[in-house]
Design a protein around this ligand. Structure first.
Ligand SMILES: [Ca+2]
Length: 270
């Protein structure tokens, strides 16, 4: 594994560069006229995601209800997502996902996101089976800035990864070095996963610690975010929903529980 000390200040030196790049991108897109208006406007014009926390304790049946649905895209099969009382991170209830091999056997519990702006999502997950070699996702969000394709969080090569459905870019790159910069998702214990998507940058924390391989900071780093940025310069998702569950693109089944979901416009913590 590469020493993390090799790039200790990578994320701390890029804010000004990111601003310049954003303005440059805005110019390139002919949007410069919008920028002064936003800068001069009140903070009321700043989009803010509608925040919530949910531990599923108010669910009364096995079918997720309220803000949650189990709709899946394209096709459906044998996977299930149900309210469950056999495991819980807090209280007595959680969502259990019986995730099966094969795309059409996908199952999710999903909810609409509204408000826009910076998005932070924190959830607790407990699963039975180590992440497989094949590509899987356990979270997906539809991106209306990317033809409604999904931004996916999951795993490949037995470690956590991000994947962009539209171009199949991964974060980190699936090179040995890239994979080593990520982490496995521990089994049979509750893990706290959090990510923040803000102004086209992405940060991920596992149990409160940043995972270096799961950071897109706008500055290309070999084996981490180089191909993610090169493939889609100016990537800045507008995420319309949050779905937690299981989707397997080659092989790999798993049983997962999700609990204590939080959505916010700022860092949440475990
Ligand atoms: Ca609960």
């Amino acid at each position: 594994m590469a020493s993390s000390s090799a790039r200790p200040a990578r994320r701390r030196t890029t804010a000004a560069v990111g601003t310049v790049l954003s303005l440059t991108a805005a110019c390139a897109l002919g949007q410069l006229a919008v920028q002064p208006a936003l800068a001069a406007g009140s903070s009321a014009s700043t989009p803010t995601v509608t925040a919530f926390t949910d531990g599923f304790e108010d669910q009364t049946g096995t079918t997720p209800s309220g803000r949650w649905n189990t709709t899946v895209r394209d096709c459906s099969g044998t996977g299930t997502a149900t309210v469950d009382s056999s495991k819980a991170h807090s209280g007595t209830k959680s969502i259990k996902v019986d995730g099966k091999t094969g795309y059409c056997n996908h199952a999710f519990v999903g909810t609409t996101l509204s408000g826009g702006g910076a998005l932070y999502v924190r959830f607790w997950v407990n699963h039975t089976t180590a992440l497989p070699t094949g590509h899987v996702a356990f979270a997906a969000m539809q991106d209306s800035s990317d033809n409604n394709k999904d931004l996916r969080m999951g795993g490949q090569n037995q470690a956590l990864q991000w994947n962009r459905e539209s171009d199949d870019a991964t974060l980190p790159a699936q090179s040995p070095v890239g994979v080593s910069m990520s982490k496995p998702l521990p089994t049979n214990t509750w893990s706290c996963l959090e990510f923040g998507v803000d102004s086209g940058h992405l940060t991920t924390w596992l149990n409160g610690t940043v995972v270096d391989g799961l950071v897109e900071d706008g500055v290309s780093t070999q084996d981490i975010d180089n191909q993610w940025i090169q493939s889609r310069p100016g990537w800045n998702p507008t995420l319309q929903n949050l779905r937690l569950g299981w989707e397997s693109y080659s092989d790999g089944s798993d049983t997962l529980w999700f609990d204590d979901i939080a959505v916010s416009s700022s860092k949440i913590g475990c």
